[in-house]
Design a protein around this ligand. Sequence first.
Ligand SMILES: NC(=O)c1ccc[n+]([C@@H]2O[C@H](COP(=O)([O-])OP(=O)(O)OC[C@H]3O[C@@H](n4cnc5c(N)ncnc54)[C@H](OP(=O)(O)O)[C@@H]3O)[C@@H](O)[C@H]2O)c1
Length: 298
Amino acid sequence: MTERSGLHYVSRVTRRIFAAMSAASSPIQSFIGKTVVITGASSGIGAEAARQLARRDAVVCLIARREEELRAVQAEIQAEGGEAHIYPTDLADPKSVDACCEKLLAEHERIDVLVNNAGRSIRRPLIESVGRMHDFERTMQINYFAAVRMTLNLLPRFRQQGHGHVVNVSSVAALMSTPRFAAYLASKAALDAFTRSMRIELAEHGIDATTINYPLVKTAMTEPTKVYKYLPQMEVADAAGWILDAIARRPARRTTPLATGFLLATSAVPGPALKLFAEFYKRRLEKAQQKMRTDQAG
Ligand SMILES: NC(=O)c1ccc[n+]([C@@H]2O[C@H](COP(=O)([O-])OP(=O)(O)OC[C@H]3O[C@@H](n4cnc5c(N)ncnc54)[C@H](OP(=O)(O)O)[C@@H]3O)[C@@H](O)[C@H]2O)c1
């Protein structure tokens, strides 16, 4: 079997498994009576998930740094008859995270779901990362430590209630080892491992944990990298839909069939699988760059 046909086979089989799984899944119900805390709710996936959840009757608590943007999302939700509360917070600052959680716990008798969605991405080759430890520290700070701090602060409430659910937003890059994203994907991989531990440790307390590994999504995060326009990108409304679905069904993980295929392959045969992925990624990127050049020339 050639590398190329092997890849197509894995992709076809996983796509079939996923189609069968989603056919068996229940449609999204109303979230009436649920309070959902969402970080990174001032734009992109988080803001859209907040809108969709509020439309289905959830009370949403919106966290991010940019107060004006948070107010705008809150106003949209309120204009549609929904309930939204805002908590302007810098999640990279532990004191600010603790103060935000204190306020949340004081203002909401019940908190059902925490969506750790806020994040930052850094794209830089390792060779150019020499002397830039701060790239690794910053991504860990927001993508991992902030999510862990939010979770630990709300955990006593989940235990007291006898239920709770943490949805952690990650990337397919953490499963597929995308080149030039070492800082970003290591921080998301840490979050994935934390989520798995949480799921097995806290199930007996009625507390669930889900990882969502998104592929490329059309948001402000991907905007600056022009070549992404020429790669397949998920619409933000569909990405937000994955969060609603995760809240409704509480799976351990939600991702794409292709990422699952690579996860299986890299677990079973890491050497050949990483080589295969590097080739796959290179070809995909080259094709996209070619399209971009043609577009720019015409
Ligand atoms: N877009 C993609 O292709 C993609 C793919 C895989 C995974 N993801 C993940 O999806 C999540 C959402 O990203 P997005 O694509 O929707 O991008 P986005 O529109 O840039 O959203 C990022 C959110 O994180 C918040 N944030 C960043 N730093 C923060 C801080 N220090 N304190 C508080 N909030 C902070 C931002 O709000 P403020 O700036 O107002 O603070 C913003 O609301 C991220 O975790 C990202 O890693 C995205």
